[in-house]
Design a protein around this ligand. Structure first.
Ligand SMILES: *Cc1c(COP(=O)(O)O)cnc(C)c1O
Length: 364
């Protein structure tokens, strides 16, 4: 602790993202990035933007991108807010809708950025336990004091709550905002975006980092009724007028328009995911039913932490969380078929060689 630090710095407990290694030979299955490059039209659009006006500030309102996202969902641009990655949209939403004296709720196993924002913004929270199979009980989220935030599908469990569950939670918090963080919804079924005309307390947040292959560009967005969107604009404009640069705007606009490419790559990932689920099950893993671009899996004999470490030595990076209820699970992002074949090959070698794969009953 430095004596010049503000209280906000002192009480912060920053989020620790998955490792980003420079070694290009590593097969990276640890941060749920898309293994496919973005649409070729993204690159063309960014090149065009490069030729043009980088000496001028970008638009502070991102009207064109908002319009294009609105068109994709048959809404109006007044329903759309753009941020520098959905993490920024989430941070602004916590500031805009959650209060320092009212407890918000989120699942005990969910995106670990939520408690980080709560600490930073002084928002009290209650972590709601999930069932043994990691599904949620909707009633546990009814009548919250301060609001609700849910990742759906949930991360890192990969499990989807159906739309009628989301609807019930939104209806039973009529005086508080319910935020649905849909980072992975394009790999699942229907988005809660279809409900925003019915519920003025529903905010849906999505990202271009996963299904649109643009994690490196940093673009996320929120969809909700115009008054919620206005609140986010106010926060943003009290913070930074130009959160999205010209290149990111150009790339994101091209990505949202290329629906054909989007569908192709999304379908490939879903296909690979379903095949991988079966392959892991053949090897004795228990794999949770995934509605995302990753799998959450546990083996009855091998300690997850030890598998993680041995895979890393073999050049395969997956994610392991040091958290009691999920310490025997690995989160494995879905890559291309070829990447996943290499992953399975290494996994089989480890299991066959009976490397010092610690049994899960050995303490680490
Ligand atoms: C990846 C992820 C995000 C962050 O996405 P960015 O747009 O890259 O900031 C938000 N929420 C969840 C649950 C995620 O998995």
């Amino acid at each position: 602790m430095n004596r010049f630090w503000s209280d906000a710095v002192k009480r912060s407990t920053p989020y620790v993202p998955g490792e980003q290694l420079n070694d290009p030979t590593i097969i990276k299955l640890n941060t749920n990035e898309n293994p496919y490059p973005p649409s070729p039209k993204v690159k063309e659009a960014i090149y065009r933007a490069l030729e043009n006006k980088l000496n001028h500030y970008p638009t502070p309102t991102a009207e064109n991108l908002r319009e294009k996202i609105a068109n994709f969902y048959h809404l109006n641009k007044e329903n759309v807010f753009i941020g520098n990655g959905s993490d920024e949209v989430l941070a602004f939403s916590f500031m805009a809708f959650f209060l320092p004296e009212k407890k918000i709720r989120f699942p005990a196993i969910s995106y670990s950025f939520y408690p980080v924002y709560c600490n930073l913004f002084h928002i009290p929270y209650q972590e709601v336990s999930l069932n043994k199979n990691f599904t949620l009980n909707q009633v546990d989220f009814f009548d919250s004091d301060g609001g609700v935030i849910l990742p759906n599908p949930n991360a890192p469990t990969s499990i989807l709550a159906e739309l009628d569950v989301i609807k019930a939670i939104v209806e039973n918090n009529p005086n508080r905002v319910v935020i649905i963080d849909e980072a992975y919804i394009d790999f699942a079924a229907a988005s809660a975006v279809s409900l925003i005309d019915q519920y003025e307390n529903l905010l849906v947040i999505q990202t271009m980092s996963k299904s649109r292959s643009l994690a490196g560009l940093r673009v996320g967005f929120a969809i909700g009724n115009p008054e919620l969107i206005e609140a986010l604009q106010r926060i943003k404009n009290s913070f930074n007028s130009y959160t999205i640069d010209r290149l990111a705007l150009a790339g994101a606009e091209a990505a949202i328009e290329d629906t054909t490419y989007f569908k192709e790559t999304t379908n490939s990932i879903i296909h690979t995911r379903n095949w991988m689920t079966a392959e892991l099950k053949k090897r004795g893993f228990k794999v949770l039913p995934s509605a995302t671009n990753f799998l959450f899996a546990t083996h009855p004999s091998y300690a997850a932490r030890s598998l993680y470490q041995q895979l890393k030595i073999e050049g395969i990076l997956v994610r392991h969380f040091n958290k009691d209820e999920i310490t025997q699970y690995l989160r494995i992002s879905i890559g291309t078929d070829q990447m996943m074949e290499q992953f399975l090959e290494k996994l089989d070698t480890l299991i066959a060689e009976k490397r010092p794969l610690l049994s899960r009953h050995t303490s680490l």
